[in-house]
Design a protein around this ligand. Sequence first.
Ligand code: HEM
Length: 397
Amino acid sequence: RRALLKGGLLGGAGAFTLAGAVASSGAASEGSAPGTSSTGTADLVVPFHGEHQAGITTPPPPHAVFVGMDLDDGVGTTELGRLMRVWTDDISRLTAGVAPVTDQEPEVAARPAGLTVTVGWGPGLFDRLGLDDRRPSWLAPLPPMPVDDLDEAYGGTDLLLQLCSHSPVPLAHARRLLVGAARGIATPRWVQPGFRDPGEQAGLAFRNEFGQVDGTVQPDVADRDADLLWIGPASASHPGWVGGSSLVLRRIRMDMEDWERADRVAREHAVGRDLATGAPLTGGEESTPVDLHAVLPSGLPVVDRHAHVRRASPHAPHERFLRRPYSYEQVGTDGTVETGLLFAAFQADPVRQFLPVQRRLAEGDLLNIWTVPVGSAVYAVLPGCAEGDWLGRALLV
Ligand code: HEM
């Protein structure tokens, strides 16, 4: 019997099943399903097959790693097709808790802890392979922003893997296996690990390293705002993109020392929300909409003109996207630690939806006092695939 543990917070693509039940087709017993009592989340399975890839509307688990890879010289569409077939097969197994044939640590693979792997193609892939007729019109690096201090070491790559899991163990295992499977076709340029803890927050929000409740205001992508997330037939540059999306990944350094020198009032005014509860400074609780028109008796706005939530709030209904960020810590060999946010945003069209917001923030956001974007990359996220099919097939054959 296939045991369904818990529905995803965001519907469909986030539903969990238990690894043992999927892997051994019917071995799950009545009552407590295998592994749940002693192992917690170890046996969670997020279904891989479907119209969309998993790892987008799936509630973000605590661990993630983003891997940016470049195609090796001389690689053509045939080799890319071979890689996509191998990755699809490996990902479908790893996420179900079934070890791929080449797996030397099958015991690790058996406990995927809700592993998801999401695959994207970067602008360079289309340039390199001459696939311009299949390139989404919006697929290009973001234009330079006045706040940027970008390090090319964290720039755009030809391919992206986003891996997420409740445990860092299957995550590291899957990353090694998938990078290994690409040997001779693609090589990693960067690996960016991230973490988050929903803690006391419900839904998509978590506490970032500034201690803020982050991720509260989101489009309703499971329902009425689905068009904001998924590429539809009308906007797709090629039918092979229908059901896909895009990912903007910004690596943003956060100056913890300076932040901690600011007083609490200044820190709350920088965003426009209460640090403890995440509630708007205009009152209510975390889920209460911010009243951007509220004024103090002095006539000044309650939410500062340059507060993050004012600058980031949409000026038109389409200026919205799904935020799914992770915190990062980069530990130097000299004992120094850089702290920041791997800001990951998913949307159907980043130029139309994301860019106007990013421009407003770059031109005047109080948070810029303490944050600096140091990496930036844009990817087209492939649609999902049905059982027996492989990711990207409709774009390559
Ligand atoms: C809201 C933090 C970067 C877009 C928020 C909130 C916090 C926050 C605490 C309020 C709660 C919420 O609704 O999530 C940060 C930090 C950043 C950062 C610490 C960098 C280190 C960005 C970037 C963008 C962005 C780069 C997009 C270009 C938004 C949006 C909202 C938001 C759209 C919701 C605005 C609304 O209320 O309508 N952010 N953010 N943020 N942020 Fe950020």
